[in-house]
Design a protein. Sequence first.
Length: 117
Amino acid sequence: MAPIRCRPAPICTTKPCCSIGDYPRAYHYHEQALAIRLRWLGPDHPDTATSLLYAGEGAQRMCDDPAAHRYYEQALAIRSRVFGPESPQAAELYTHLSFLLGVLVSLTRRCLTPNAP
């Protein structure tokens, strides 16, 4: 079975699963890491926010935009509490959300306007 190919998340990192395009496997690993960090570090730890960010990237690659949005929002909430809403760490999540919402707006326009680019 060929790997599922959808669209890249805003920033494709050098994770092995990303480079071979095995997005379902990568998404599964991100969710495993998130579960471990939640169990060991709790919901307000910066590393938990990083796992949420990666899970959001995985969800976005799998075209699960609502899940990606939830993960990014949760990560943003943690980083805003820990580092402040104007921090570089929070800014990274604002960037991911802006790309995601831009994709959603673009897809919605195409669905509502058949001849739209």
